[in-house]
Design a protein around this ligand. Structure first.
Ligand code: FE2
Length: 146
């Protein structure tokens, strides 16, 4: 599996913030592995977590992620896949691409739609291209799943 869409309902607008700058101002950054200028993660409200529990389990941990600019080709640090929900694209033609181990040959690409829960493989090389504004999504990390 590289990309698949999930049968989880859209999040009511009252439960999320769709402005990456507001998220950064209102919720502390809890991700220290990479520089703040590249990528940040922020806690979400209890109401949003409770909304997702019936679909993703009582132990679900949901975060906002803000991507500042194009993400170079990488494998994620510490997670094998992620369930994401895009709130703000950060550009008109933002493409997520996956690559073979040579980091050059393209395997798959997707312009991920907004407001659609999906799962992506983060254990194979991938990058995000075409970002010209901050990109905002909800993310749930999975550690043992590809
Ligand atoms: Fe990634």
């Amino acid at each position: 599996m590289i990309y698949s869409e999930l049968n989880i309902p859209q999040v009511p607008k009252s439960l999320v913030c769709c402005d990456p700058n507001e998220v950064r101002q209102q919720y502390p950054n809890i991700w220290r592995e990479v520089p703040t200028t590249v990528y940040t993660q922020h806690v979400v409200s209890d109401e949003l977590t409770n909304f997702l529990k019936p679909y993703l389990g009582d132990d679900v941990v949901v975060r906002y992620q803000v991507i500042e600019k194009d993400i170079p080709i990488h494998c994620d640090y510490g997670r094998t896949s992620a369930i994401n929900y895009l709130l703000y694209e950060g550009g008109d033609e933002v493409i997520t691409r996956w690559y073979e181990n040579d980091k050059t040959t393209q395997k798959y690409q997707m312009r991920i739609p907004k407001f659609k829960w999906h799962k992506i493989n983060t254990s194979i090389y991938h990058g995000v291209h075409g970002i010209n504004d901050k990109r905002l999504a909800l993310t749930v990390s999975l550690y043992n799943d590809v």
